[in-house]
Each structure stands twice: as structure tokens, then as C-alpha cells.
Write a protein that binds this ligand. Structure first.
Ligand code: GLY
Length: 394
């Protein structure tokens, strides 16, 4: 992928990538004719036109954003598109998880049709996971598919939701239950954009960053123990490294299992528990997805330890790190008074990984050693949850 001022760095791994202001890093998602680049660097939105131009089928885009992100990032993006001769319109949806519903999807699709979006046009998703999932799903089904590009502006979206082609809206029955696998043509992860992110959201996104260390990269977890504070204080080089390593990890998993028939489920470490917590919270902002993931990661490790698979010190080490980074160790701070082990299990039964009524869990033998397990006794899950939820019931 050509950058405006030279080629991006291809190997983002190892030591922190470059100095602030250095060349962007590039990670390729190898998916044959649907392969694409994730470009990670600074001031990418302000230079977006130069990155987009070679990828667009024709120079016309519709930007989909939310009312908070649009106030900050829409103008600079539009200016960059103007300067490269790319025609653009913008659609702004209300910020928040509640926008991932049928009504908003219908409104968005009708707005796109009113703008006469054609098959060779491109939808730009400018925002966090909600905008990416909603705009991506709209792109997947509008005229049976138009191109889309992800411009993620949250840490969570940069390291997870903008990469890999999962698009969806929520149903009353649970999160992300209606959607499609639909890959973007390009992802621009501009770490400069993270400077405007509320501190709580940056921290929540960190839950997904830690996940990559836990799955198969112990060295990255150690790096995070040392540099997590720098990441959360907005240090550009630390952010670039954290985003680049996370994207490299995700890209490798997506390339070998795009549609989650195997390894991709590893990316759901902690998510079965997290989605149950979010469903109980009714997506009303009491808990952010990344916060729920942090609790879910602790639960996945606690379950692994209860099953005799993971040394207790590893589970404690994870909990210590998440708490040191200001993330919740358990669900008690979320104000979910009706939460019991049985209620959690009820929500978990709606999980997309339920097969023949049985849940699949992602467990771990230690930090960096996650694996997929279909045979977990419900008693063990209920026992772990009873301990984890004790602070709520007492
Ligand atoms: N967020 C998990 C995945 O993309 O598979």
C-alpha cells in the first residue's frame, strides 16, 4: 500500500515501531482476492485521500460516522478527500451501542439509497466499533455489496473490530446476532485520533489489546506489563506498537480461519462472559465492551484454573495487570443487581458458539497459551461464576 511519503514499514513486530511521527506500519490481511492492508501510524486521517485513492473503484465515497466522532474528525477527513479529488457525502448516526439495531440499519440503508450510492462507490466507516459494525453490515447488503473502508478512531476498533470483516447489529436476544462476514478494502488506524478519546474508552480498548498477549504471545504480555502505562497515557510510539502487534496477531488468525470454523474462535477469549454481562446491562452504557472483556478474560482464566488447566499464579498475574491498568477485575462496579450465575449462563446460551446446545469456551494453560474447548461441565462454570459474582450477592 503506497503511503503519501514513502512505503509503510512491513514488519511491525519486535521493538516498538519507530519514533512518534515516523513511517506508518503496514500489516497485510492475506485473504486471496480479498486481501487488504491495515496501515498504522500518525495523521492518517488528515492524509486519508492519498491512502484511499489507489483503493477506490471510483473517486466517490460516503462517510458514515457518529455524532461525537464527526464533530472531531469529519472536517479534516473531508479536507483531505477534497484535496485528492474524491467526492464525498456524510451520514451521521447517534453515538452508542443502541445504534446497532434494525431501525438504525434501515434508516442508514435508505439514506445511502437516497444518495444513489452505486456498486463502485465506497462507504467509509469513521468511528468506533458501533459505526464500523453498522456501516460494514450496511455495505455488505446494500445492492448485494459495496466496498467499504474502516477508519477506526477508538483503540478497541483499531485493534479488533475494524479488522477481520465481522459486521453486525444487535438483537433483543443478544449482541451481534445479525450480521455478515464482509471484509473492508483497507483499514487506516490513525493513533493520533486516540488523543481525543475519553480516558475510559482508551482504557476499555486496552482489554482487547491484552487479549492478544493471552492468546499466544507471552512476550507481548510482558511488554504490556512494562509499557501498558505508556500506552494508556497516550504515548504515540507505545500506541503504535500495541496496535501494530495486535493487528498482526489478528490478521494472522483471520487469514487462516476467516469464517470462524476453528482458530478464529480464540479471538473470543473472555467474550462469552463479556457478551453475557453486556446483555444483562441492556447495552445502556453501564459497562463498555472492553470493560466487559476485561472481566471476561479474568473469568476465562479463573475457569481454566478451576478446571486444573492453568496455574493459579497466571490467573492472579493477569488480574493484577488488568487492575493495575484500571480495568475491572470483576463485575461488581457495573451495577448489575440481578446478575447470578444462572442468569449469566442463560445469556451465554445465546452465544454464536453454541453447538447442539453446548457452549464452546476459550480456556488457557497459561498466559500466551489459549485453546478452544467444547467439553466444559456446566457445574464448573457455575462454580467459577458463584465465586466471581460473590461480591454482588453479598
Ligand atoms: N472480535 C473477534 C473476531 O473478530 O473474530
Amino acid at each position: 500500500m503506497a503511503a503519501p511519503d514513502g512505503p509503510p514499514v512491513d514488519d511491525p513486530v519486535g521493538e516498538p515501531v519507530g519514533e512518534p511521527g515516523g513511517e506508518p506500519a503496514s500489516v497485510r490481511v492475506e485473504l486471496a482476492d480479498r486481501a487488504y492492508d491495515i496501515v498504522i501510524g500518525e495523521d492518517l486521517l488528515a492524509n486519508a485521500g492519498s491512502y484511499l485513492a489507489p483503493v477506490l473503484a471510483r473517486p466517490r465515497v460516503v462517510i458514515v460516522s457518529d455524532d461525537i466522532v464527526a464533530k472531531i474528525h469529519l472536517r479534516p477527513l473531508q479536507a483531505s478527500l477534497d484535496s485528492t479529488g474524491i467526492k464525498h457525502d456524510a451520514i451521521v448516526v447517534p453515538a452508542g451501542e443502541a445504534s446497532k439495531n434494525f431501525a438504525q440499519l434501515q434508516t442508514l440503508l435508505e439514506q445511502l439509497l437516497d444518495l444513489r450510492v452505486e456498486r463502485r462507490d465506497t462507504i467509509l466507516a469513521l468511528g468506533g466499533g458501533v459505526v464500523g459494525d453498522l456501516a460494514g453490515f450496511a455495505a455488505a447488503i446494500l445492492r448485494r455489496g459495496v466496498d467499504f473502508i474502516q477508519l477506526p478512531t477508538t483503540l478497541l476498533a483499531q485493534v479488533d473490530s475494524s479488522v477481520g470483516g465481522k459486521t453486525a447489529i444487535n438483537a433483543a436476544q443478544g449482541k451481534n446476532l445479525i450480521g455478515a462476514f464482509y471484509q473492508p478494502r483497507l483499514v487506516l488506524a490513525d493513533v493520533t485520533a486516540l488523543a481525543s478519546l475519553p480516558e475510559r474508552e482508551l482504557r476499555a480498548g486496552y482489554g482487547e489489546v491484552v487479549k492478544y498477549g493471552l492468546i499466544d504471545d507471552f512476550a507481548f504480555f510482558e511488554w504490556l506489563e512494562e509499557h501498558g502505562t505508556a500506552v494508556l497515557s497516550g504515548d504515540r510510539a507505545a500506541l503504535r506498537h500495541a496496535v501494530a502487534v495486535s493487528c498482526r496477531s489478528k490478521a494472522a488468525i483471520v487469514a487462516r480461519d476467516e469464517r470462524e470454523s476453528g482458530d478464529r474462535a480464540l479471538l473470543n477469549l473472555g467474550h462469552t462472559f463479556a457478551h453475557a454481562l453486556e446483555a444483562e446491562g441492556g447495552y445502556d452504557g453501564r459497562l463498555l465492551h472492553g470493560e466487559a472483556v476485561a472481566v471476561g478474560l479474568n473469568m476465562a482464566f479463573a475457569l481454566s484454573t478451576r478446571l486444573g488447566l492453568c496455574p493459579a499464579q497466571e490467573t492472579e498475574r493477569l488480574k493484577r495487570h488488568l487492575e493495575a491498568m484500571g480495568l475491572p477485575g470483576g463485575p461488581e462496579r457495573f451495577n448489575l443487581p440481578g446478575l447470578t450465575p444462572e442468569v449469566m449462563v442463560h445469556h451465554m446460551q445465546q452465544d454464536k458458539k453454541v453447538t447442539d446446545g453446548r457452549l464452546t469456551f476459550v480456556l488457557a494453560r497459561g498466559i500466551g497459551q489459549a485453546f478452544i474447548e467444547n467439553e466444559v461441565a456446566e457445574d464448573a462454570v457455575l462454580g467459577m461464576l458463584a465465586t466471581a459474582l460473590q461480591p454482588i450477592s453479598t
